[in-house]
Ligand binder design. Structure first.
Ligand code: ADP
Length: 475
């Protein structure tokens, strides 16, 4: 950079200086030629007036004493050559020229100067002087030599100077760059750049080293914080794992407890129901209408409680059962269910199975329970007097098989669509449609445990499509 700048400055300076020299030399040359031309013209005016060419030649020969004047020509008023200097004209040196010009021009390595020869007001002829530019060229050669010498010397000086400077500036900066490289390659923030000077670069090195120090400190703090978080996380995981084990134990105990309670409750319930029925049969004549109705209520209540307990037991069975999935032929399974439930027989309802149904992977007992619940609901929740129509179909949804059960029932309001899958959730009154509100909760739990999903699409009064998605059988 230093060398380039010096070279450019030197070249521009030398060019300007040389140009100035050439111009002033030329001006001096013109001035000299004009003085000489005027003297010679003055002296030769008489010779021209009397047409004495010998005298004119003698006047011109006085130019001998001016070495830079290489020739002169004197023309008469008609433009004919009247006299010349030197005696023999070398036409290459002094080319023929139109004498009616004025002023001067640089031509053919010489300055050509035109001087009119006058007497009072009349023009007698023209004197043309040829001044050599040889001196200018000699001078130019000398300048070129000097410029080259100066440039060579200056460039050498600036080279030496910049090499010395480089030590002071580049070395510390290269040291900084080297340190930065080590930091980024080895990710090691403990290295420091060497401080080689006490100037701005030294200050920069200090700042850089300080920055490295701060980063190193931050990283150490971060590492410590990381370590702490990691320890906390491990502690937390341990606590969660311990609590989960405890919770699972508790849940297991609770489940076992509720299962046995439910199970054990059924025996006294059945006794209540049974003895109430015997009471009704044996003591009927002795009981008045109201008393009979009370006993009937006891029987109905006991039976309802028994259904509830049965459903709760089914739910807990589904929730606890081990779900070994296996390929299931849906058509066989569904026809089995239809045969088993009288309310699904052709006399009661119209059930259409859209064969062929896809095969699914599921737990047979749980899937039977799910489909029984859905089919029973499909024929149950229908406006009285209307014959239930149920269509069972399957479709492939990505890798899953969706089983759809479509009915022409009373439909479900949008706000109830999710709620009805909850435990004991019912929409209609017990009087209108019997039930415990556990059926759909069992369906959701069982399908969830088989790795699938459940849902419903429905509009009030327009029937419903209950669906469940299970893995399809792998081919
Ligand atoms: P349950 O049938 O014993 O009432 P479910 O859990 O099977 O309990 O159903 C919950 C509620 O969802 C039902 O009370 C009913 O209001 C609604 N529901 C279920 N299936 C249908 C259906 N196919 N059409 C209309 N409503 C239904």
């Amino acid at each position: 950079m230093v060398l380039l700048t010096s070279a450019i400055v030197l070249i521009l300076t030398s060019a300007a200086f040389t140009l100035y020299e050439v111009m002033s030399f030329k001006q001096a040359l013109v001035r000299n030629a004009s003085v000489l031309a005027r003297i010679i013209a003055e002296n030769s005016s008489a010779a021209l007036a009397f047409e004495n060419s010998q005298e004119a030649t003698a006047v011109l020969s006085a130019l001998k004493s001016e070495p830079e004047i290489v020739g002169a020509k004197l023309y008469d008023r008609k433009g004919a050559l009247f006299a010349h200097y030197p005696a023999t004209i070398q036409s290459a040196l002094l080319p023929d020229i139109d004498p009616r010009q004025a002023g001067y021009k640089f031509e053919n390595r010489s300055l050509v100067y035109f001087q009119p020869v006058q007497q009072t007001d009349s023009r007698l002829g023209t004197l043309v002087l040829y001044s050599s530019l040889q001196a200018l060229y000699t001078r130019l050669r000398l300048y070129t030599f000097i410029v080259l010498m100066v440039m060579g010397g200056s460039l050498l000086m600036s080279y030496l100077f910049s090499t010395t400077l480089q030590k002071g500036i580049s070395e510390p900066i290269l040291g900084l760059a080297e340190t930065a490289k080590v930091v980024s390659l080895k990710n090691d923030y403990s290295v420091r750049a060497p401080k080689l000077s006490h100037d701005e670069v030294g200050f920069l090195t200090d700042c850089f080293n300080q920055m490295l120090g701060q980063i190193q400190q931050n990283r150490e703090e971060l590492r410590a914080a990381h370590e702490q978080i990691h320890q906390h996380a491990q502690q937390l995981e341990k606590t969660v794992a311990e609590r989960t084990v405890k919770l699972q134990q508790t849940i297991g105990e609770l489940e076992a407890f509720s299962y046995s309670i439910s199970h054990d409750m059924r025996a006294p319930l059945r006794a209540m129901s049974r003895y109430s029925q015997i009471l009704l049969q044996d003591a009927k004549p002795k009981l008045n209408g109201a008393e009979q109705a009370y006993v009937e209520r006891i029987i109905a209540g006991a039976q309802r409680l028994d259904r509830l307990i049965q459903d709760a037991l089914s739910y807990s069975r589904v929730a606890r059962a081990e779900m070994q999935l296996q390929p299931i032929n849906l058509e066989t399974l569904i026809h089995g269910i239809i045969d088993q439930y009288p309310q699904l027989h052709p006399g009661e309802a119209e059930i259409l199975v859209k064969s062929p149904l896809h095969k699914v992977l599921g737990h047979e007992a749980s899937l039977t329970q799910c489909l029984s619940n859905l089919l029973a609901n499909a024929v149950k929740f229908v406006t009285p007097g209307i014959r239930p129509h149920v269509t069972i179909s399957t479709q492939q949804v990505d890798s899953q098989v969706r089983i759809c059960i479509q009915d022409n029932g009373i439909g479900i309001a949008p706000e109830d669509k999710e709620r009805i899958f909850g435990m004991f959730a019912r929409v209609n009154s017990e009087k209108a449609y019997e039930g415990t509100g556990v059926g759909l909760a069992i369906v959701r739990k069982a399908v969830e445990r088989m790795g699938g999903r459940t849902g419903v699409e429905s509009e009030l009064g327009k029937g419903s499509v209950f669906w469940l998605e299970l893995k399809g059988e792998e081919k």
